[in-house]
Design a protein around this ligand. Structure first.
Ligand SMILES: Cc1cc2nc3c(=O)[nH]c(=O)nc-3n(C[C@H](O)[C@H](O)[C@H](O)COP(=O)(O)OP(=O)(O)OC[C@H]3O[C@@H](n4cnc5c(N)ncnc54)[C@H](O)[C@@H]3O)c2cc1C
Ligand SMILES: NC(=O)c1ccc[n+]([C@@H]2O[C@H](COP(=O)([O-])OP(=O)(O)OC[C@H]3O[C@@H](n4cnc5c(N)ncnc54)[C@H](OP(=O)(O)O)[C@@H]3O)[C@@H](O)[C@H]2O)c1
Length: 546
């Protein structure tokens, strides 16, 4: 690494230029008045939507909530065209935001951060990008995303494959031409469920390799009509109130009734209506769907029946409906014609539970049962979620402690915002926060606002260092566990929420499942009590009493 030029000195550095990094930049520069730079590995802004341009990609939050709420004028000026926009429209929106608030001048693209070391004596972070450029800043905000480190499984023989292979999370921007190709897709999570119908539409043949069957509910994506656009513009305050007060940040309320408050016939009618309406609202049909296994079974059985009704080949239907975990214990996908895709002549389903992959060969994929000849491979195999993007950087705190070492047994944070031993380092939607269990822009705004307020609080009081107490972080980990254990979520033992999709990763339930509204109240309370649980140091020797 070249280390010739002196380090650029700033008040704050932000890593990542997705929803989180853009808003963090705006807040620190415009509200807190700091000198700030954003370092972004990608060639442009957008984060998730810069990288995930695979066929069929869309959001599953409804467009009128998958956006910023911090500016009413911004909210009302922008018009979404679809219920669930794809990457192109979301990127247009994010560029619109960046232009409106003149953000691009403070972002360096193509700047992958490889190291961030805390200098205890100088109380600053020394940050190095891949090309050796160095920066120094008092505050370091990691807005690196929860789902930004592609997980390519270590399947023997990949290097020998004669065709091309792609990971959906690093999709080529000029697209992939599947015409005439025999495509093998590994993975049937939210991504695979979106990609398969789109790939099947152009490929000569698509073979879907399924390890774990998943529930899915139709998205029912559609253009947004003028009446709804008008409603959204006029209802900013009401929509904002809903996304801020529901547990998951979505623009709909979870019904207060329990699944067994109604009779079987009425329950069936409620599920039918939710299925017809489409989208994640299905999960909100009853209050206790992710709390009570018996309640959950009713939703699970409803969806399994739908699968068996849609898919004509009973053997294929049985493999797709052989789902081993409660509904919504893994992130529940929504789809456009996913199960219908298996009625196409050019689509085959392979059950990896019955015939695991043995290796990739030059000609395709060999399972225990046979070889599948393939021209192209698509890995829809997800991400090293939540901790991956953080520990892949060489982050070192006090005494040179590596973040990866500190988190060897699983991530430990206070409120998902800070890590003991790593002063003045903040994580937006870090492990231990509601993050991926929510409509993320809402969670992102809450975190960014809190971090900005905290830094402003420090500066107005001459506080130089902010770091969580070890016992506060330990207690928070217990609360994160308790919140998860009060739900059915840990029952999906192969979920990425638990880190189970990455071999060797510690099995710790990472997001906070207690709900965004409750979490917001906890964070506000901590701040109101002078940042209770954090050590705030005015100098190296004089802790501040709030
Ligand atoms: C396909 C897909 C669909 C999704 N749909 C939804 C949805 O409908 N609703 C929802 O709420 N959430 C959804 N999510 C989650 C989504 O990640 C968030 O909604 C949101 O985009 C996260 O924004 P972010 O800024 O926190 O992170 P990201 O958008 O992931 O941005 C992080 C940025 O940090 C950069 N970065 C990481 N490491 C480094 C480094 N070392 N140096 C420099 N830069 C770095 C990355 O390049 C990236 O650009 C989806 C995720 C995926 C993968
Ligand atoms: N808005 C949206 O609609 C949308 C779209 C895409 C993604 N997302 C977000 O991104 C998250 C990640 O979704 P994702 O689908 O990319 O990842 P994912 O949910 O982790 O799914 C990965 C899939 O790959 C399979 N897999 C992984 N390694 C494998 C291996 N070695 N052999 C065979 N199969 C393997 C997994 O099987 P196992 O289940 O057995 O591990 C799973 O089916 C989602 O949960 C969601 O939060 C949202």
């Amino acid at each position: 690494m070249r280390q010739s030029k002196p380090a650029t000195v700033l008040d704050a550095l932000v890593i990542g230029a997705g929803f989180a990094g853009l808003y963090q930049l705006y807040c620190l520069r415009e509200r807190a008045g700091l000198s700030v730079k954003v370092l972004e590995a990608a060639g442009d802004l957008g984060g998730t939507w810069y990288w995930n341009r695979y066929p069929g990609a869309r959001c599953d939050s409804e467009s009128h909530s998958y956006c910023y709420f911090f500016s009413k004028a911004l909210y009302q000026d922008w018009e979404w065209t679809e219920r669930y926009p794809g990457p192109a429209e979301i990127l247009r929106y994010l560029h619109h935001v960046a232009d409106r608030f003149d953000l691009k001048r403070s972002i360096r693209f193509g700047a992958r951060v490889v190291a961030a070391h805390y200098d205890e004596e100088e109380n600053h972070w020394e940050v190095t990008t891949q090309d050796g450029t160095r920066y120094r800043a008092a505050y370091l905000v990691c807005a690196v995303g929860c789902l930004s480190s592609a997980n390519v499984p270590d399947i023997p023989g990949l290097e020998s494959f004669a065709g091309r292979w792609y990971h959906t999370g690093e999709w080529p921007h000029d697209g992939v031409d599947f015409r005439g190709m025999r495509v093998g897709q590994i993975g049937t999570g939210s991504t695979g469920i979106q990609a398969a119908p789109a790939i099947a539409g152009t490929a000569k043949h698509l073979t879907v390799f399924q390890r774990t069957a998943q529930y899915s509910v139709p998205a029912r994506n559609a253009p947004i009509d003028e009446a709804f656009k008008h409603h959204v513009r006029e209802s900013y305050d009401a929509i904002r109130e809903v996304v801020r007060s529901t547990p998951n940040g979505h623009p709909f309320r979870i019904h207060r009734r329990n699944a067994f408050d109604v009779g079987a016939e009425e329950r069936q009618a409620i599920y039918e209506a939710a299925w017809e309406k489409g989208g994640l609202q299905f999960r909100a049909s009853f209050r206790d769907l992710v709390l009570d296994k018996r309640a959950n079974d009713t939703a699970a059985e409803f969806i399994k029946k739908k699968i068996r009704a849609i898919v004509r080949n009973p053997k294929t239907a049985a493999i797709l409906a052989d789902i081993d975990h409660p509904y919504a214990a893994k992130r529940p996908p929504i789809d456009t014609d996913y199960f219908e895709t298996f009625n196409r002549d050019n689509v085959t389903l392979v059950d990896l539970r019955a015939e695991p992959i043995e290796r990739i060969t030059p000609a395709g994929i060999r399972t225990r049962a046979r070889e599948y000849p393939l021209d192209t491979l698509v890995f829809a195999t997800g991400f090293d979620a939540m901790t991956g993007p953080l520990v892949r950087m060489d982050i070192r705190g006090r005494g040179g402690l590596k973040l990866g070492e500190a988190w060897r047994d699983g991530p430990q944070t206070y409120l998902g915002l800070q890590v003991p031993g790593f002063p003045n380092l903040f994580t937006v939607t870090g492990p231990g926060s509601p993050s991926v269990l929510t409509n993320m822009p809402v969670a992102i705004e809450q975190h960014v606002d809190w971090i900005t307020d905290c830094i402003s609080w420090m500066r107005t009081r001459g506080v130089e260092r902010c770091e969580p107490k070890v016992d506060a972080a330990e207690r928070w980990s217990e609360q994160v566990n308790e919140a998860a254990n009060a739900t059915l979520l840990p029952l999906a033992t192969h979920s990425w929420y638990l880190g189970a999709n990455v071999p060797g990763k510690p099995r710790v339930f990472m997001p906070y499942a207690g709900g965004l509204a409750r979490y917001r109240a906890l964070c506000d309370d901590v701040a109101a009590k002078g940042y209770e649980g954090f050590v705030m140091e005015r100098s190296l020797t004089a802790p501040v009493r709030p």
